[in-house]
Design a protein around this ligand. Structure first.
Ligand SMILES: NC(=O)C1=CN([C@@H]2O[C@H](COP(=O)(O)OP(=O)(O)OC[C@H]3O[C@@H](n4cnc5c(N)ncnc54)[C@H](O)[C@@H]3O)[C@@H](O)[C@H]2O)C=CC1
Ligand SMILES: O=P(O)(O)OC[C@H]1O[C@](O)(CO)[C@@H](O)[C@@H]1O
Length: 383
């Protein structure tokens, strides 16, 4: 029986990755720190997934287990499992790296030379490669040869909108959109690539990572921040506003022009991809809070993330970027007292001003034309 450990029994963990693995006949053990989730999964071993879109149906995921990811028994599972996946959030990868290193060390001490593949399913460019770097900080160097020979760290792109479920009757119930895409870098596996329906292989991962991150996530985040400014609560409300939809579509076309130039995507196909994503944002069956999509604004203003990296592409290729600039300016208007990064952003903005805060978080030069353009848009939006 093929086994897997999935770190993060949250929206994506239960609604997408864990479901694909279980549906493929793999025995999935979720590792999480949420006692309610761990207790319910380890006693019920199944949960419902509501799939909503053109069709609406409920699937039941079975054959799953769970463990608190702080329990020592997890190390034994890591020493023997065939596959490890994560969906914990990019900021948490650093935390689970120590546990992974200890489990891998036990695996190697046991002489277990069976291949093990680890796939981080996060909204982060090459998140698994980042995780490998974090694991290496904790792994005894004498095990490096085994790690390189027997453990694959496989980068992936994950795309399915999974907001917190509105099904109050069951803490395990999760609601997912019909659309899903999980693409992994086939060149990074060790041993045979597991046959998991819904897990697509590519040897050109970056094109797919950037297509998703800089189209869906770029459009999503600008919908969220313009929607917040307009006083909306959900993505659905915001994208239904014609002025917001037009600006979001234009921003995705600006980032799309970078992708087409960089990866040679077909223009018409990419326009269709953008239209499909706008339809996904408007899915009437999903209640997707602006604060979920807009969470952790400092991470999302990073130079490698969904706002700045597309902007840098427009500067590199001399492409229009007015709507991306407005989206970045709107990020600095985002307020959420329950989001530590949003609080920090506003504090730095208040004490240091827009251009200094912009330079600090994005790496853009405070004295650049683009910083001036963003400041102008910020002043227009915030008054
Ligand atoms: N929700 C979505 O629509 C999508 C999310 N993603 C990505 O998936 C990742 C997770 O996102 P969501 O599922 O929305 O978040 P979530 O908050 O629903 O799930 C994260 C889970 O990780 C658990 N966790 C936190 N610390 C942990 C630890 N030390 N060990 C084990 N588990 C721990 C939390 O208890 C929670 O259950 C993020 O990187 C996100 O960017 C990617 C595509 C879609
Ligand atoms: O999960 P993050 O990176 O905090 O941001 C939320 C984004 O991730 C997704 O959940 C999946 O890409 C989108 O629905 C949303 O744009």
């Amino acid at each position: 029986m093929t086994t897997a450990i999935h770190f993060g029994a949250g929206n994506i963990g239960r609604g997408f990755i864990g479901k694909l693995l279980a549906d493929a006949g793999i025995h999935v053990t979720f590792a999480d720190v949420n006692p309610q989730l761990v207790e319910a999964l380890s006693s019920r071993h199944s949960y419902p997934v509501h799939i909503v879109g053109q069709e609406v149906r409920t699937d039941t995921v079975t054959g799953v287990d769970a463990i608190d990811s702080r329990r020592p028994e997890l190390l034994e599972l890591i020493a023997n499992t065939d596959l490890i996946t994560t969906a914990v959030g990019p900021t948490v990868l650093t935390l689970i790296a120590r546990t992974l290193a200890e489990g891998l060390q036990r695996r190697f001490e046991r002489g277990n030379t069976a291949p093990l593949n680890i796939i981080a399913c996060e909204n982060q460019v090459r998140g698994t490669t980042f995780l490998k770097g974090e694991v290496l900080k904790h792994l005894d160097a004498r095990y490096l040869p085994e790690l390189e020979q027997f453990v694959g760290f496989v980068d992936s792109a994950v795309d399915r909108i999974v907001p917190p479920s509105t099904d109050q009757s069951d803490p395990l119930a999760v609601t997912v959109e019909t659309f899903s895409e999980w693409i992994v870098d086939q060149t990074q596996f060790r041993g045979p690539v597991p046959a998991i329906p819904g897990m697509e292989l590519t040897d050109n991962l970056m094109a797919f990572v950037e297509r998703k991150l800089f189209t869906l996530n770029t459009g999503h985040i600008i919908t969220a921040y313009l929607g917040a400014l307009a006083g909306y609560r959900t993505i659905g409300e915001a994208i239904a506003d014609p002025a917001i939809r037009a600006q979001v579509k234009a921003a995705m076309q600006e980032s799309g022009a970078v992708l087409i130039r960089r990866y040679g995507f077909d223009q018409a196909q990419h326009q269709a991809y953008i239209e499909k994503i706008l339809g996904r944002f408007a899915n009437p069956h999903l209640v997707d809070e602006i604060d979920r999509v807009g969470r952790q604004p400092i991470r999302k203003l990073g130079p490698e993330d969904r706002l700045i990296k597309p902007l840098l592409g427009t500067l590199e290729y001399g492409i229009d970027n007015a709507n991306l600039l407005k989206g970045i300016a709107a990020a600095f208007c985002y307020r959420n007292d329950d989001d530590p990064q949003a609080v920090e952003l506003q504090q730095r903005l208040a004490t240091e001003g827009l251009k200094t805060a912009l330079a600090h978080y994005t790496g853009l030069d405070a004295g650049s034309v683009v910083a001036e353009q963003i400041e102008q848009r910020y002043l227009a939006l915030s008054h």
